[in-house]
Design a protein around this ligand. Structure first.
Ligand SMILES: O=c1[nH]cnc2c1ncn2[C@@H]1O[C@H](CO)[C@@H](O)[C@H]1O
Ligand SMILES: [Zn+2]
Length: 380
């Protein structure tokens, strides 16, 4: 049997997807706890508000409660996770487990975000919150390394868009830029809280030559994306999935980009897409209809992310698994998304380049060659 030159590797299976090096830019610390840890921490701090005190049942409860079709109702579930993350020990444990879980899932680089202002109820200062989370990430990286897994985790400090502490949190992020905090974000309900409310924070960070992303174009459409980019100067878009509203696909398949969509693509603005989260908040109807398919085809700087692993019962491998199944993506596509993400990370250029050339590409090359040595390749 002769074969055509070109990519012959079969679609990646679950094990290959897990082993493939992955890069995660959009993951919330308070949206990624292990269900069992929520229970442990609630017991330890005397929080009596959990709907379930059995880990498995609680995991199911989070997934179902978050499956509400509205961002506002989805966000209500965070009251429970934040309630148990109010001491240094709790924050350190959650951050450590986060790094270990991501490493176990094959993530080699992650930027994990949280809102320090939501962790002050137990008497911690903003400073102490950041120090506890950083200590947890370092511990998790070390424990992962001891198990032969390599991961680097940077923190993004989030300010809540309905609150008024954005400048203070931006200053906190800047103060810690050389100790584990790689950037800034705003999150929370989008409708009614435009990013321009926090212009002072963004202008401050620009003057400091620092980096930030903005949740925009998730529950609310183009005006939010436009403000985030053209008024606030965001380096990346958290979600940004509604950019699809500025893309017209005619019946004959021809595509026309509006001015904003063209700008986003031309300027290579990274889109932190979170497919499963979008299905839960109603931002997309199904994986098959998720705009990621079109955005990838049109070569937007699209990246794949988890958003909230607890609320969506997901992981990077699960997100990629769904995309492989839905769109028939192969390892080349996975590598494309992963390189996009690494290019868009907030760490220095030389480190990003080394991650791409020395970790990501060799990892995919190894996986892409496996079919050559498999039993089926010999016998077929
Ligand atoms: O998809 C999202 N859109 C907007 N806000 C979110 C999303 N996921 C989580 N948060 C919000 O970010 C806070 C800090 O991590 C969380 O407490 C939650 O309120
Ligand atoms: Zn998010």
């Amino acid at each position: 049997m002769t074969s055509q030159p070109g990519p012959t590797a079969p679609l990646p299976d679950a094990d290959q997807i897990r082993r493939a090096p992955k890069v995660l830019l959009h993951d919330h610390l308070d949206g990624g706890l292990r269900p069992g840890t929520v229970v442990d921490l609630a017991r330890a701090c005397g929080y009596e508000g959990l709907p379930e005190y059995d880990g498995d049942k609680l995991g199911t409860w989070f997934r179902e409660a978050a499956d509400s079709g509205s961002l506002e109702r989805y966000l209500e579930t965070f009251a429970h996770t934040c309630a148990v993350m109010q001491t240094s020990d709790a924050l350190r444990r959650v951050a450590s487990e986060c790094a270990q879980d991501l490493a176990e899932d094959g993530v080699v680089y992650a930027e994990v975000r949280y809102a320090p202002e939501q962790h002050l109820d137990g008497g911690l200062s903003l400073e102490e919150v950041v120090r506890a989370v950083n200590a947890g990430f370092r511990e998790g990286e070390r424990l992962a390394r001891e198990k032969g897994r390599r991961i680097r985790v940077g923190a993004l400090l989030t300010a809540m868009r309905h609150a008024a502490r954005a400048l203070e949190i931006a200053e906190l992020a800047n103060a810690h830029r050389d100790s584990g905090v790689v950037g800034f974000d705003i999150a929370g309900a989008e409708a009614g809280y435009p990013p321009t409310r926090h212009l002072d924070a963004f202008e401050y960070l620009k003057r400091e030559n620092n980096h930030f992303t903005i949740h925009a174009g998730e529950a609310f459409g183009l005006p939010s994306i436009w403000q985030a980019l053209q008024w606030c100067g965001a380096d990346r878009l958290g979600h940004g999935v509604r950019i699809i509203d500025d893309i017209d696909v005619a019946e004959d398949g021809s595509v026309t980009l509006g001015r904003l969509a063209a700008y986003v693509r031309d300027k290579r603005i990274p889109l932190e897409l979170c497919p499963s989260s979008n299905l839960q908040t109603g931002a997309a109807p199904s994986y098959a209809e998720h705009p990621i398919g079109l955005l990838r085809r049109l070569h937007f700087r699209a990246t794949v992310n988890t958003d909230n692993r607890l609320m969506s019962g997901t992981s990077m491998s699960r997100e990629f698994g769904a995309l492989v199944e839905t769109f028939g993506y192969g390892l080349d596509d996975m590598q494309w998304f992963t390189v996009n993400a690494m290019k868009s990370a907030f760490i220095p250029f030389d480190e990003r380049l080394a991650m791409i050339n020395d970790v990501i590409k060799p990892g995919y090359a190894e996986l892409k060659s496996e079919w050559l040595f498999s039993q089926t390749a010999v016998t077929s």
